[in-house]
Design a protein around this ligand. Sequence first.
Ligand SMILES: C[S@@+](CC[C@H](N)C(=O)[O-])C[C@H]1O[C@@H](n2cnc3c(N)ncnc32)[C@H](O)[C@@H]1O
Length: 202
Amino acid sequence: MHRTKFFLQYLKNPRLIGSITPSSKYLIKKMISPIDFSNARYILELGSGNGCITKELLKNMDLESKLIIFETNEEFCKTISKIEDERLYIINDSAEKILHHLKKLKIKKADYIISGLPLAVLPKETREIILNSISKSLKQNGLYIQFQYSLRSYKQIKQLFSQVNVNFTSLNIPPAFIYICKYTKKGNKRQITQFAKNSRNI
Ligand SMILES: C[S@@+](CC[C@H](N)C(=O)[O-])C[C@H]1O[C@@H](n2cnc3c(N)ncnc32)[C@H](O)[C@@H]1O
């Protein structure tokens, strides 16, 4: 999909799209570099847009791996459905419904969750449901990798994941932070309910 088409989708719904242009190759590289593809049976991608990260994931994935993407925008889903790859499952639904769809696909947990969702501008309740669902869908020691254009969601994410490292690239419009989050049951002292209670004060 051309950048102009991406921009048109942004104009139609700026809050949901969250960006005027697809991610740069520099940001995409930083998003996928923490992934050990030899150990990635199930990868989820949330908010795949025109598929710029999707394509790089597919290029690097093993033949046996599966990529399940969640994208609410129908036009973006149509664009991505042109990618012919049996490892790819496109779900035209909100990332709030991850658990429901994983159950339907008989997938217990994901190894990696890659996200370009515009967390900071999503309604607070939606953001909470999505972050809770991410933490419940991720395998122990799995990674949740999320880019954002600000550090606004840092506190909320930090409450949910036992390890959060933040990377940065200025080579993107706009410059972006990359959160690399690990969920280890042992290190994660907070309960999801406690997170929800705390997040009301943010
Ligand atoms: C900032 S764009 C990122 C697009 C692409 N991943 C990239 O890096 O260029 C965010 C995407 O998230 C999608 N989105 C927003 N809310 C969503 C939700 N609740 N569930 C799934 N996708 C959502 C938007 O339609 C948009 O395509």
